[in-house]
Every structure is written in C-alpha cells, then in structure tokens.
Design a protein around this ligand. Structure first.
Ligand code: NDP
Length: 315
C-alpha cells in the first residue's frame, strides 16, 4: 500500500463552501491544512449556473467561478489543495490520537484533526431526459434556480418536506407549480401539506410518476403517468424540479461516527464536534434542513475554530 505516511495537524475532506471556509480559517490559524477535494472539486455548486443568494456578490456569480474564488482565497493562506478521494478512515477514540485516512486507496495520512465537508448529493430519478437537460431546465434546488422561472410554469417531483417547501417557494415566483406525488398521499408533515393545499397556484397530482422530461435543448414540458389508470399526460413547463431527497456523502464513516438513518452525521449541540475527538463535521454532511452554501460556509468556519481550540488544548 502506502509510500511514506504523512502526518498532518488538520486534514479537510471535501471542497464545497464548508471545506473552503474551514480551510481559510484553519490556514489563517496556522494549522497548515491539507484539503482533499474529492472527485467533484468545488462540490454541488459547480453544477449550478447563477448563484444570487451568497452575500458579497451584488450582481450574482456563477457557481464554478465562485468555487474557484473560494479555492484561491484558501490557497492565498497556503492551504495545500490536492485532488483525491478519501476512500477509508480509521478514527481514533483517544483525545490527541492520530486519525488514519487512506486517499485513493493508496496514500496513508495520519491527522490530528479532521474536518469532514464531503457534502451531499441530490437524488435524481435516473431518467435519460432528466440527465440530458440538467442545468437546462432540470434542477434539484428551487431556492438556487427558482428565480429563473419567474412568471413561468414548472413541475416539481417529490412528496416530502423539501418538496412541499420548494413547491410553496416556487409558487411565489411561478404562475403555476404542478407537483407530482407517486403515492396517494404526501410524506411531508401535515403543516407543510396544509400550506401546499392552501396555495392556489399549486396543483398536486397524486399517484403520478414522471415518464420523461420533454424538450431537445431546454425543458418544454413533462410527460407524467397515473400509476393507477395508466393514463399519460403532457404538462407544459419550462422548469423541472427534483426534490426527492439527498444522500450525504458519509459512507466511509459508517460504524465509526453516529449518523441518522439517511446518513447525516450527528454533531454535538451548537458544535460541529462528532463522537471522535478532533473530528468535526460541517456543511451538508450534518445539515439536512438548510443546505445552503452560506450555512455550509458557517459550519465550515465553526469546524476550523473548534479544530484550532482542540489542538491548542493538547499542548
Ligand atoms: P424525504 O426522504 O423525506 O422525502 C423524499 C420524498 O421523495 C418522498 O416523499 C418520496 O416518496 C419521494 N421520492 C423518492 N424517490 C422518488 C421517486 N423516484 N419518484 C418520485 N418520488 C420519489 O426527503 P426530504 O428531502 O423531503 O427531507 C429529508 C429530511 O429533511 C426529512 O426528515 C425532512 O423532514 C427534513 N426536512 C425538514 C424541513 C423543515 O423542517 N423545514 C425542510 C426540508 C426537509 P414516497 O413518500 O412515495 O417514498
């Protein structure tokens, strides 16, 4: 397996807003952080076009450029940013212990602190048309992209709290939101369902599944099928929003860190601390409610400050 084992004070795994913010703080605190970017450097925002809700960009900024800027800021303070994927971990239970991390199944790193910022991946239906029109009308984030569909008709698929929240968000911008629910009921809380049902321009179609997103280069509509009657309809729409849940990228920590049944890491109250000393979780790995770039950046900052305090206590 490994060449020489590398020993680090602070290892950051993942390169979204949480990871880069952690890097900026950790580097400025002289923790000499090394970041491994994962396979999608920059994270989920690199799949977004315009970001209009991150403070400091009055004209908005496109996702990939924003992530390049965060990287440049982290590197300005000498964060060592490397391309690579953490493939397994052995986390120490001892305060001050070394956590072992394997990168790309070959390189071995021992780190005194680890900041986990591996993010989450939105789930998609898996249709060819959905994949093809990604970023051209297909989106998994209403808060990020809803504005582009102002005064237009959109379709949203999903039936949980996120779907209900996103449908009501979109309804404020769009002329009509058609919500496709595959069962005869929604999973969302009663309060959220109540909001959906009391919004005049949301139409909920129950027992309805997506057959295909229509359009060659941009979304022009959605073909849906009633799974009880078999009847198919074409719904005109310029946007197709998928809100069927997220999968946090936390598989390598299974069995070592506490997580909920979906895989979100459980952190201490008002902290990013996990059950292992010196291991901190930030961003979408531990936040299933807000999931915004700015909230991820906030918890990245918390994680770096906590890592700094933890290391200071060891000396
Ligand atoms: P959930 O896992 O709760 O819901 C996913 C929904 O997507 C389900 O209704 C499911 O349908 C549907 N779905 C899954 N796969 C498909 C598919 N292939 N086709 C059609 N529909 C599909 O995810 P959420 O993101 O909504 O919520 C995650 C967690 O975050 C929950 O615990 C939620 O309560 C919480 N949350 C809380 C909020 C708040 O408090 N304000 C806001 C947002 C989320 P089915 O029901 O048929 O399985």
């Amino acid at each position: 397996m490994s060449e020489q084992i590398e020993k680090l004070e602070c290892l950051i795994i993942g390169s979204g807003p949480a990871g880069y913010t952690a890097a900026i703080y950790a580097a400025r605190a002289d923790l000499k952080p090394v970041m491994y970017t994962g396979l999608q450097p920059g994270g989920q925002l690199t799949t977004t076009t315009e970001v209009d809700n991150f403070p400091g960009y009055p004209e908005g900024i496109d996702g990939p450029t924003m992530m390049e800027q965060l990287k440049a800021q982290a590197e300005r303070f000498d964060t060592d940013v490397r391309f690579g994927l953490a493939t397994s971990v052995e986390l120490s239970e001892e305060k001050g212990g070394w956590h072992k991390v394997i990168i790309d199944e070959s390189k071995e790193i021992h780190a005194r602190t680890i900041i986990i910022s591996t993010g989450a991946s939105a789930k998609y239906l898996g249709l060819e048309s959905e994949q093809r029109l990604m970023g051209s009308g297909v989106s998994a984030c209403a808060v990020c992209d809803g504005f582009f569909y102002k005064d237009q008709e959109v379709v949203l698929v999903g039936a949980g709290d996120s779907a209900a929240e996103e449908a009501t968000y979109l309804a404020k911008l769009c002329t009509k939101v058609t919500m496709l629910v595959r069962k005869d009921h929604m999973r969302a809380s009663k309060a959220m369902q109540h909001r959906v049902n009391n919004t005049a321009n949301i139409e909920v179609l129950y027992n309805t599944e997506t057959v295909e997103v229509l359009g060659d280069n941009v979304v022009e509509g959605v073909r849906a099928k009633n799974n009880k009657t078999g009847e198919e309809i074409d719904i005109p729409a310029t946007g197709f929003f998928v809100a069927i849940g997220h999968t946090p990228n936390t598989q390598i920590f299974k069995g070592q860190l506490e997580m909920d049944d979906v895989g979100y890491l459980i952190t201490d109250a008002d902290s990013t601390g996990t059950q292992r000393p010196g291991v901190f979780a930030s961003g979408d790995t531990q936040d299933k409610v807000y999931r915004q770039a700015i909230t991820a950046a906030g918890t990245g900052c918390m994680a770096a400050l906590e890592a700094e305090r933890y290391l200071a206590e060891l000396v």
